[in-house]
Write a protein that binds this ligand. Structure first.
Ligand code: SF4
Ligand code: SF4
Length: 199
């Protein structure tokens, strides 16, 4: 039977030590050269095995891909408060409250007529799973995923982003105007019905 040679001799230990130290020294020397920050999809990414690869974040950062999905933003001026985004969201992190406008409130930048105000338009980015579905269904493309990925907060409450452009007072005013208009319309309808019955 062939005897298995044990690598336990002093010579072997010294050889391993020298080879290990040699490797460390090589990396140590190479680390003086900084590698240019390259994104993982760059052709050259795996062709630069030597050198320091650590980035001085946040002074240096890898570019984010164009189709990356990061923090959401709602350009509220272009939002028609249709609620589609909230309905499609798989984790229910979009909260919208709408109030019908009693007057003309203009158009979005793509020419869609606006009919609703949004006293509440909140997105809880702590719950968001970055699926992007809400941006896909948005009819006016006002909801987008930005390249902002570094937005950690100490207080989780700050992860809820408020996009409404109405103050609580303005929201209350819009609600009251709508209630008044609805009352007037109901009264006018009742009067019209009563007049029809008389004829
Ligand atoms: S990206 Fe997905 S999880 Fe996040 S708000 Fe939009 S639909 Fe919801
Ligand atoms: S889908 Fe777009 S337009 Fe509709 S409520 Fe959401 S953000 Fe606004």
């Amino acid at each position: 039977m062939k005897e298995v040679k044990k690598h336990t001799g002093f010579g072997f230990v010294v050889k391993s030590l020298v080879s290990g130290l040699g490797l460390t020294w090589r990396h140590f020397k190479n680390a003086r050269n900084r590698r240019t920050p390259e994104y993982v999809s760059d052709e050259n990414y795996f062709k630069q095995p030597d050198g320091m690869a650590t980035l001085k974040y946040p002074y240096e950062a890898l570019p984010v891909p164009d189709n990356g999905r990061y923090r959401l933003h709602n350009e509220i001026d272009d939002c028609i408060v249709c609620d589609l985004c909230a309905k499609v969201c798989p984790v229910n992190c979009i909260t919208i409250e709408s109030v019908k406008a009693t007057e003309e409130i203009g158009m979005t930048s793509d020419g869609t007529k606006k009919r609703l105000y949004a006293p509440v338009f909140d997105i809880d980015m702590a719950k968001c799973c970055y699926c992007g579905l809400c941006t896909t269904v948005c009819p006016t493309d006002c909801l987008t995923m930005t390249p902002v990925y570094d937005f950690a907060e100490v207080d989780i409450k700050n992860m809820v982003y408020h996009f409404t452009d109405l103050t609580p007072e303005q929201s209350e005013e819009k609600k009251q105007l709508l209630a008044k208009q609805q009352e007037e319309m109901a009264a006018a309808k009742a009067a019209a019905l009563a007049a029809r019955k008389k004829d």
